[in-house]
Write a protein that binds this ligand. Structure first.
Ligand SMILES: Nc1ncnc2c1ncn2[C@@H]1O[C@H](COP(=O)(O)OP(=O)(O)O)[C@@H](O)[C@H]1O
Ligand SMILES: CCCC(=O)OP(=O)(O)O
Length: 353
């Protein structure tokens, strides 16, 4: 059975073709800020990304009899972890999502391309809105504002399961802290297979990241909003897209920041150390959520490739639990294997409504 997995990210689109468990092909299209600047919204990037995918598959002679196409799921209503068939309700919510992120294109692209192939199914798996929060984690200090579960659910679950397999345990038997350290950063407490607390990685909570501001001082933010100096759009960009390393240092590339530190840039050193310090604090917070009973801390995402960052982070957190590093992500395989599980009747396919 052939599966096509599609993962649209803020700066790239990844695709992979699987024949059952065997990966036949994987590639990443990188989209420069200039290339994306022509598109006023995420949705308007749709045709551009779709053509790239189809052209590449045709070029590789891989545009064939896919049994299923599975996309990274977007900013839908809060839902349970699992695989969902793309349907009208989902497409409608993806098209009209108030929060913007390229993953909103995953389900739409999967369905549109599946329609070109007779009998081909379209799914999403573990979208960024997987919500398993405990009730106590949902309240903020204002009844007008609830905390939301928005995070790298697909990679968190894939890495947690991979670690569980490596110690011959089930994910559902373990208490873990997982930190995805990418363009956005999410730190979660996984208690026996459920993500009971996590920072909202997209909308301004938790540590700052290469392109996001994380939690900001609330009163100063209010003053900024009403200063008349910034539009609503500009303030939103300060929170997501142009916050964090980008705001302080003009780059979202953590690798470049480490290079600058090695060249003696003291400002770069302070900012990166502060980002790491804030990640460590969030991991500490999640250790309390798990009552200090933690089997392992798992670090993943692109920044986990970097020894400077990982070593500095370990200096803070190593006392909490053993730390394991899974650089990059396992999202493409997780997407494909989730689709295979459904096609083989081993996983339940859920309905979105
Ligand atoms: N070897 C590396 N050293 C330091 N940072 C890295 C390295 N490789 C990737 N990164 C950083 O990881 C971040 C992107 O992580 P990634 O997981 O690819 O992002 P996303 O979560 O947006 O998919 C960028 O800041 C990038 O510079
Ligand atoms: C939490 C939403 C998904 C997300 O932030 O992904 P990236 O870090 O890849 O932009």
């Amino acid at each position: 059975m052939r599966i096509l997995a599609i993962n649209p990210g803020s700066t790239s689109t990844k695709i992979a073709v699987y024949d059952n468990e065997n990966r036949l092909f994987v590639t990443t299209f990188y989209h420069s800020p200039e290339a994306l600047s022509h598109f006023p919204t995420i949705l308007s990037q749709y045709d551009y990304r779709k053509e790239l995918i189809i052209d590449e598959l045709k070029k590789e002679n891989l545009f064939s009899d896919f049994a299923a196409i599975v996309g990274r799921g977007g900013l839908l209503k809060p839902i349970a972890s699992g695989v969902y068939e793309v349907n009208e309700a989902m497409k409608n919510d993806l098209r009209n999502a108030t929060m913007q992120h390229a993953c909103n294109l995953g389900g739409l692209l999967a369905e549109d391309i599946a329609l070109l192939i007779p009998g081909c199914k379209a799914y999403i798996a573990d979208p960024v809105v997987v919500d398993e929060l405990e009730d106590v984690a949902r309240l903020s200090g204002s009844p007008l504002m609830m905390r939301k579960s928005v995070f790298h659910a697909l990679n968190h679950k894939a890495i947690a399961r991979k670690y569980a397999r490596s110690v011959n345990k089930k994910y559902e038997e373990l208490d873990l802290i997982v930190a995805h350290l990418g363009g956005g950063i999410s730190v979660a407490a996984h208690r026996q297979g459920r993500v009971i607390d996590v920072n909202n990685a997209l909308e301004g909570s938790g540590p700052f990241s290469p392109e996001r501001a994380g939690t900001l001082p609330a009163r100063q933010l209010v003053d900024l909003c009403f200063s008349g100096d910034y539009t609503q759009e500009e303030i939103k960009k300060m929170i997501t897209g142009r916050g964090g390393l980008m705001a302080h240092l003009g780059t979202t590339d953590a690798q470049n920041v480490v290079k600058r530190i090695n060249e003696g840039d003291a400002r770069a050193e302070l900012v990166l150390k502060s980002m790491i310090y804030n990640i460590a604090k969030e991991i500490g917070a999640m250790s309390v959520v798990l009552h200090g009973k933690i089997d392992a801390i798992l670090l993943t995402g692109g920044i986990s490739y970097n020894d400077y960052c990982i070593n500095k982070l370990k200096e803070y957190i190593a006392f909490i639990a053993p730390v394991y590093v899974f650089p990059g992500e396992d999202e493409m395989e997780a997407l494909a294997f989730n689709a295979l599980g459904v096609l083989r009747g081993k996983l339940n396919c859920k309905e979105y409504y």
